[in-house]
Design a protein. Structure first.
Length: 180
């Protein structure tokens, strides 16, 4: 039985999951959920504060609980935190309950998007060189998880609205193939 009722966006921090997800949800007339925002509201704490006060392991546990909670909801477009697919069996859960989409961006483009970031705890205080290393290393470690997604879309040189329009077509094509 096909249990894929959501659309879940995965990819590195800075790949544009939240911006694009918002546009996609409007086009698909589905609610939009951003897992980081959802966690912030539920825990009444910023992601940075959760990392600082409880550590990354605790954040990853909360992240999985949230994923299990969200997949029970009505069909939604869900933008995930960059690490979510890479812990526990999260990517397999996502693939079971959603059409998954990897927003792929080159390390150079990710650097452009992240170099002025002040909010993400894993990037805090990094020099330009350290950020480049972090992006290259984590992309290498995470790629195999992201690449399990049903659809991969190149996310550069397009606005979130253009990407969302392109993706609606890809998702319909994917769904049509699945039901054949
Ligand atoms: C993380 C990415 C963040 C957030 C947390 C951890 C990661 O989400 O979940 O800071 O491990 O890469 P974004 O991908 O929205 O930045």
């Amino acid at each position: 039985m096909n249990r894929k009722k959501h659309v879940i966006l995965v990819g590195m921090p800075g790949s544009g999951k939240s911006n694009m997800g918002f546009f996609l949800s409007k086009l698909m007339r589905m609610p939009f959920i951003d897992t980081d925002y959802y966690i912030t509201v539920k825990e009444q704490k910023s992601i940075a504060k959760i990392f600082a006060e409880h550590g990354e392991d605790c954040f990853r546990k909360i992240e999985q609980q949230i994923l299990l909670e969200i997949i029970e909801k009505d069909p939604s477009v869900i933008a995930t935190g960059g690490g979510m697919p890479c812990f526990y069996n999260n990517m397999d859960i996502m693939n079971e309950f959603a059409v998954t989409v990897y927003l792929e961006l080159t390390p150079e483009k990710l650097f452009e998007h992240l170099k002025t970031d002040t909010k993400r705890p894993l990037l805090k205080g990094k020099t330009g060189e350290e950020l480049t290393d972090y992006i290259n290393i984590s992309l290498e470690q995470r790629k195999s998880f992201y690449e399990k997604a049903d659809i991969t879309i190149q996310a550069y040189d397009k606005t979130p609205a253009q990407l969302a329009t392109e993706l609606v077509k890809n998702i319909s094509g994917f769904m049509a193939n699945m039901t054949q």
